[in-house]
Write a protein that binds this ligand. Sequence first.
Ligand code: ADP
Ligand code: MG
Length: 248
Amino acid sequence: MVEPILKVSGLVKRFGGLTATDNLSLDVRPGEIHALIGPNGAGKSTLIGQLVGEITPDAGSVMFLGHDVTRASVPARVKLGLGRSFQIVQLLDEETALANVALAVQAHAGHSFRFWRRADADERLLAPARALLDQVDFPPARRAARVADMSAGERKVLELAMVLAGGPRLLLLDEPMAGLGAGESIRMTDTLRALKGGPAMLLVEHDMEAVFALADRITVLVYGRAIATGTAEEIRANPAVQEAYLAE
Ligand code: ADP
Ligand code: MG
């Protein structure tokens, strides 16, 4: 069996009397898209918070690429190869799409870039930025437009390109389709599918069409517990899942 890239074991997080993460174990394999579904309040965002390093678990462990990161800082995890959309990236509204991605490339390149010219005037940053925009299928005609003039869907795709600038091994995606129109959701689904085989993904998403189209495996969370993990077919056929979630 392939060694998982992320391994969560017996994770527990309590908020007062409420157990938001209840002895949760799951793993993400290299290159896999692993979807996390469950009703509102199931503890999906709390789990993502513990994986990113913003919430400290009360018990259990998080192993990432063989490192115990249970109590590691956010930057330490990002350095190891953790990438999170769509909250970690800050878009500069007055800059162009291309300049934003060039700045993300610069940010991840480290100190050697300190004395360089503006990011959007330096071909050493623009070339990788264009390659990232190609990777997420961002239309060339829109790359010189200001971020302030972009649709919600364009901004999300741009943020994805910026997260990819860090070369993540695992992407944590908390509801990437939220706030998108039907057409934009389909485009985002296509974009994520095209990234398959690159970074592994843990995908929290309410859009079941997107989940079933993308996920290699699905874990169903209810009251902080994983009640089932399996392929889309296995999850659809699971009576406990139907009762707890899909029949809603
Ligand atoms: P989901 O993302 O699946 O909708 P959350 O992880 O946001 O669920 O929330 C899980 C449960 O934990 C909910 O009952 C929520 O009210 C509670 N919760 C989340 N964050 C906090 C917090 N900081 N303080 C107290 N309760 C919280
Ligand atoms: Mg949530």
